[in-house]
Design a protein around this ligand. Structure first.
Ligand SMILES: NC(=O)c1ccc[n+]([C@@H]2O[C@H](COP(=O)([O-])OP(=O)(O)OC[C@H]3O[C@@H](n4cnc5c(N)ncnc54)[C@H](OP(=O)(O)O)[C@@H]3O)[C@@H](O)[C@H]2O)c1
Length: 308
């Protein structure tokens, strides 16, 4: 297949592009350097001569980070992500109407008071601290629904829990909790630094291993269209449990960790209902958490060793 991937340089994009290439696809992967999606017409210019050429567009690009980033940048997030998504939707309609659009939603779009089932994705109010980011993802979904309704264009929207695995960012950006936790515990072990984790440690989170996510994405792509589908491990763990597992793997004494309950931690609990995923993809067998964490920690250790 001929596939255009936005956000190809990101954590998910780099894993996915590698996989798509291994499977023999013709992949046009774009990051912001090749094509700034906030600029109207940038896709048309970057891909001149390829009108009507793609079988799929996989739209991963988004401007966000973890931690309290969304809390501190709501205005910018609205403007930037709305521009990115509108430009991608316009390009899809104007130049690649035949292509199926695969794109990412977010579990933050769910109202925490409702169960995290697909039919609730557009209902209620997302958590205040992630409201803007969540609403830009809802708007992207609304845009795909509208183009499907008027022109019959095909889409698939994936809603993941937090992705983890080797190959995450090593720059100064704010990391998703699991990477931050691994980084702090490794540094605690290597440099004898005190490990302080945000929150009281009782908040629960669900992860999905990056390779499980890309496998599920591609399997669902072969089986369905015009759906929104949650993809997670199907169970959540407390931050204390995650920290305990990381400590075991790294060899750091868990009792030395301090929990700072005054720091921002987001929702108390977040676990996707994955019954739709299991129905559509019954072979789905998520990587056991211990194995996924072990691979991720080995990768982190390698980075720490290479950086000295
Ligand atoms: N990671 C998760 O746990 C998670 C969970 C839920 C949903 N998602 C969604 O999944 C998608 C991929 O996530 P990720 O973790 O791979 O994100 P990421 O590592 O932050 O990558 C973001 C990508 O978007 C590109 N991008 C940002 N601004 C752009 C612009 N103005 N023009 C063109 N490209 C731009 C970046 O390009 P540069 O590298 O050039 O900056 C990068 O390739 C996102 O839509 C995200 O919202 C992720």
């Amino acid at each position: 297949m001929r596939i255009l991937v936005t956000g190809a340089t990101g954590f998910l994009g780099s894993h996915l592009c590698k996989r798509l290439l291994q499977e023999g696809n013709d992949v046009a992967g774009l990051g912001s350097r090749e094509c700034d999606l906030t600029v109207e017409g940038s896709l048309q210019r970057a891909l001149a001569g390829r009108k009507g050429d793609f079988d799929e567009i996989i739209h991963l690009a988004a401007w966000t980070q973890a931690g309290d980033f969304c809390l501190r940048h709501p205005g910018e997030q609205w403007l930037i992500n709305q521009r990115i998504n509108t430009n991608v939707l316009s390009y899809w309609k104007d130049e690649q109407e035949q292509a199926k659009l695969l794109f990412m939603g977010t579990s933050c779009s769910y109202d925490p008071a409702l169960s995290l089932r697909e039919e609730n994705y557009m209902s209620g109010v997302p958590i205040e601290s992630l409201f803007t980011y969540a609403m830009t993802k809802r708007m992207l979904y609304a845009g795909a629904l509208a183009l499907n309704k008027q022109y019959g264009m095909k889409y698939l929207c994936f809603v993941p829990s937090t992705l983890y695995g080797p190959g995450y960012h090593t720059d100064k950006r704010q990391m998703h909790f699991i990477f931050d936790l691994i980084r702090k515990i490794i540094r605690g072990k290597l440099h004898g630094e005190e490990v302080v984790l945000w929150g009281d440690g009782h908040q629960k989170r669900e992860l999905v291993y990056i390779d499980d996510f890309t496998s599920a994405m591609l399997a669902l792509d072969r089986r369905c269209e015009n759906e929104l589908i949650n993809i997670g491990e199907g169970q959540e763990h407390t931050i204390r449990e995650f920290a305990g597992m990381v400590c075991d793997e790294v060899g750091y004494d868990f009792s030395r960790i301090k929990f700072d309950a005054s720091r921002y931690v987001g929702a108390k609990s977040k676990c996707l209902d994955i019954s739709k995923l299991k129905g559509l993809y019954p072979e789905y067998r998520p990587t056991p958490l211990k194995a996924g964490l072990s691979a991720t920690i080995k990768w982190f250790m390698q980075q720490a060793w290479e950086k000295g």
